[in-house]
Design a protein around this ligand. Structure first.
Ligand code: G3P
Length: 217
């Protein structure tokens, strides 16, 4: 499973990238706001750092403007993926840009039917938002599972990019279901390495090692 980092924080991306943990990056208008940076400048920096796909989102709502914004974003670097919302205009934009060879990530997906129609429109990635479904007492992981079955039934090449990932449990469940990609904030990626028994075991080893009076170096 591929790991994308869901942030526009260049330092956080660089830290994980050094460990080989970053297969790509996703951003959105809220993450750009959080970064306090200019969208073109920060996206260019991220693309120079990471060789995998970097999603940058359009903000227009009508397809002609979305297409123009998408082309401008795609010009930033060869690894840009243009992110469009799952609206009718977004799907039209997806179709046009995909035909031109520009990769498109269709975002804000909350149903299996939305994922199906995005695949028909030629999306490279579909981004179902797990956490936001959980927030309204629905099952985000069940949606990932449904999309996996539908895409496999018809061999759609669209990759399932699980988004709005809030916990380490979301990541392992997505891996079990067979999501192609998980995009998660840096803190969630770091949390994958944590286990209380690891901490307790290490504490015991350190205590016993001190009693040996030995040194390795
Ligand atoms: O990838 C989408 C993500 O940024 C949204 O996450 O936690 O705001 O639902 P969240």
């Amino acid at each position: 499973m591929k790991f994308f980092v869901d942030t526009a924080d260049v330092q956080a991306i660089a830290e994980l990238n050094d460990l080989g943990m970053v297969d790509g990056v996703t951003t959105n208008p809220s993450l750009i706001l959080k970064s306090g940076r200019n969208i073109v400048e920060v996206t260019r920096e991220i693309c120079a750092l990471v060789s995998g796909p970097v999603s940058a989102e359009v903000v227009a709502l009508k397809s002609p403007d979305m297409i123009a914004e998408g082309r401008k974003l795609a010009d930033i670097a060869p690894n840009i993926v243009v992110k469009v919302p799952l609206t009718w205009d977004g799907l039209k934009t997806c179709k046009v840009l995909s035909k031109d060879g520009i990769k498109v990530n269709v975002t804000l997906c909350f149903s299996a039917n939305q994922a199906l129609i995005a695949a028909k429109a030629g999306a490279t990635f579909i981004s179902p938002f797990i956490g936001r479904l959980d927030d309204i007492n629905m099952d985000g992981l069940e949606l990932i599972s449904d999309i996996r079955i539908i895409y496999d039934n018809y061999e759609y090449p669209t990759e399932i990019l699980a988004a709005s990932v809030r916990s380490a449990n979301h990541v392992s469940q997505c891996a079990l279901i067979g999501a192609d990609v998980v995009t998660a904030p840096p803190a969630v990626i770091k949390a994958l390495a944590s286990h209380p028994l690891t901490d307790r075991g290490l504490e015991q080893f350190m205590a016993d090692w001190a009693k040996t009076g030995q040194k390795i170096l």
